[in-house]
Design a protein around this ligand. Structure first.
Ligand SMILES: Cc1ncc(COP(=O)(O)OP(=O)(O)O)c(N)n1
Ligand SMILES: Cc1nc(C(=O)O)sc1CCOP(=O)(O)O
Ligand SMILES: [Mg+2]
Length: 210
């Protein structure tokens, strides 16, 4: 198996009960390291209900369950960690909220400086993107794969590649050292269903690592 693993972000709006089935189908199809619940523009109780439905699906399969944006709710609801961006809670405040044992990941766009800062502060991973065009979260940042190569050679802290990644375009990112490939569309919108999306990405990661 390649060292690189798959990291899934949820769609930004979902029906928790229905999506629990979809998530189980995805996770049962292959290797997934973690799932990030990424809901946007919803109230706290909606986030809590989604966590209650989805966290057990991931954690019962030994898949880490990460909450986007909200360290306070991640700590309150038993998530394995939180992902924060540059406009969210700063790393130190997020770490204080979730504790030393939880995972804290930080968005670093295309910036070596932001990534070094996050890693030195104690982040468990740094995320670079958007590597390719995406409509899920349009980005003004477009790192080159050599950023991942530089990072992997310099630093121990794992790096996540995100943004428009598919089974067809992930190879250059895997080859240069991405520790995780994070996707939304390539799995949830796969024409043959999310399980096929996971299988296709697992196969592409494996092939790129050979
Ligand atoms: C793994 C991963 N990488 C990047 C992001 C983006 O975070 P952020 O810039 O805070 O944007 P939103 O996702 O909050 O819209 C992420 N969520 N996960
Ligand atoms: C949530 C997110 N963050 C990004 C970043 O560049 O920080 S790109 C992105 C969306 C990823 O979705 P898809 O796999 O559908 O392109
Ligand atoms: Mg955010």
């Amino acid at each position: 198996m390649a060292d690189c693993r798959l990291y899934l972000c949820t769609p930004q709006a979902l029906d928790p009960a229905a999506f629990a089935t979809t998530l189980a189908e995805a996770l049962d199809a292959g290797d997934v390291a973690c799932v990030q619940l990424r809901l946007k523009d919803v109230d706290d109780d909606t986030v809590r209900r989604a966590i209650d439905a989805l966290r057990p699906v991931a954690q019962s399969r030994e898949v880490a369950f990460i909450l986007n944006d909200r360290p306070d709710l991640a700590a309150e609801t038993g998530c394995d960690g939180v992902h924060v961006g540059q406009s969210d809670w700063p790393y130190a405040k997020a770490r204080k909220a979730v504790g030393d044992k939880a995972i804290v990941g930080v968005t670093c766009h295309d910036s070596r400086h932001l990534a070094m800062e996050a890693a030195e502060a104690g982040a468990d991973y740094v995320a670079f993107g958007a590597f390719y065009q995406t409509t899920t979260k349009p980005s003004i940042y477009r790192p080159e794969p050599d950023l991942l190569e530089w990072w992997s050679e310099m630093m121990e802290v794992p790096c996540v590649a995100i943004g428009g990644i598919t089974a067809d375009n992930c190879a250059p990112l895997v080859r240069v050292g991405a520790d995780f490939i994070c996707v939304v569309t390539a799995v949830w919108n796969h024409p043959d269903g999310p399980g096929a999306g996971v299988k296709a990405l697992n196969a592409a990661i494996e092939a790129a690592g050979e």
